[in-house]
Design a protein around this ligand. Structure first.
Ligand code: ZN
Length: 130
């Protein structure tokens, strides 16, 4: 999966603005290229986990469809932990057709990896910002 520089900058800005709370959203695009960030509300307002609101998820799907885009990934930030899925992240990653991207702000250093997670196990990792 490829992510445009504009989208990387957008999610970094969003994550920094929301820190220390975890930030989240969808990465939309087509042909495996992410061209848009769809910011979502972290209804947990937590520093350690996030949840989407079903109505907002539905609106995101509808937006993507109306713009000829697909949800390629869901992303969230780890303000104070590394860019890899927690046990809870793996447990909650229930869509094997999309990727799960995690933007880490740990110690002021920005890293972004995305993962394919099937049955609670990471089966693939891509590095987007080292
Ligand atoms: Zn997480």
């Amino acid at each position: 999966m490829e992510i445009t520089e504009e989208v990387k900058e957008a999610i970094i800005r969003q994550a920094q603005a929301d820190a220390p709370i975890e930030s989240c959203g969808y990465l939309l695009g087509k042909d495996n290229v992410v061209s848009e960030n769809y910011p979502m509300t972290n209804v947990d307002h937590s520093e350690e986990h996030f949840s989407f609101e079903p109505r907002e998820q539905f609106a995101a799907l509808k937006y993507a469809r109306n713009h000829g885009l697909r949800i390629l990934a869901n992303w969230h930030s780890h303000p104070a932990s590394p860019s890899r899925p927690s046990e809870e992240d793996k447990r909650l990653a229930n869509d094997p057709t999309i990727r799960y991207a995690i933007l880490s702000l740990l110690d002021g250093k920005i890293t972004l990896n995305s993962f394919k997670i099937v049955g609670g196990e990471v089966i693939d990792k891509e590095i987007h910002i080292e």
